[in-house]
Write a new protein. Sequence first.
Lengths: 207, 124
Amino acid sequence: MTALTTENQDQGSRVKVQVKSLDSPCALYLEPCTSIRLGTTAEDHHIARMAALALGLSVLEAAIPSPLPGVKPGLANIVILIVLARYGWRTAAWVSLLRVVAGSLLLGNFLAPGFFLSLSGALCSLAVLAVAQHLPQRWFGPVTHSILAAAAHIAGQLLLVYFWLIPHSGLAYLIPIFAAAALVFGTVNGLIAAHYLDAPQSDLVKA
Amino acid sequence: MLHIKHIKAGDWLTLLLGALLTAFLAATLWQGGAADKAVIRSGGKVFREVPLSRDQLIAVPGPLGISQIAIHNRQARIAADPSPRQYCVRQGWLKQAGEIAVCLPNQVSIELGGRRRNYDSLNY
């Protein structure tokens, strides 16, 4: 009997503490509360969720062996395309850049050459998407966006490689391979994005 | 399930233009230019420079023996070589400027060169 009552009391006090902490987190501490709160909006949470999704895909992709550095499926761009179509370019830019920065932290190449390659590719493809999103929607869909973004992505990377890492004209021999890869992977990613955009009930990307 | 219906008319246009651009890039960037001479080296020194316009068989001496270099139909190859693994022989015909075959053991190499001229002649 006594054991039971103490248990009840324990539970009661625990609940009380929880209620208190919900009311005001500072009440638990004796010293004056100095925690800094960042006001976040629902949109911020949404961007973070999308970026986490893109991040997961880019980490997954890092495990896929590639025959040539730079030839990658770019799966994270599927998320960027969906965000672009549903929430506009600003949100897509946030998701893309967060993906680049957080992805480099996860993969351990923050501020290494790979990070800057990724960043220049992302910036170029965002710039192209800013223009491409104004193409008439009746004729141009996510497939076009995806192909253009993939081409801009590899173009941005190649420019950085040429002007910073390997200033050698032999790089030109690789351009057709990169262009073909951008076309193929861009088409596939665009099709996947179009598939999810056409299925509103899918909860892959929901607010 | 990926359906073809997701590709709109403009997307087909983008795909077509992308394919054409890729083909164009491959055609221009992978063309080493027409070769018109072969530089034959032996022991690091230029042994002979021969034009590709005349078919011939050239014997090049090296430390292991004689390497035979064949020039035929504006192409060149190492036809026979005393090297043990025959890598340079198996490389086959060289066609474009910049291509090179090296027989390391016998210290013989052949390199195709062009004059970096895009046009043989221009007519108006």
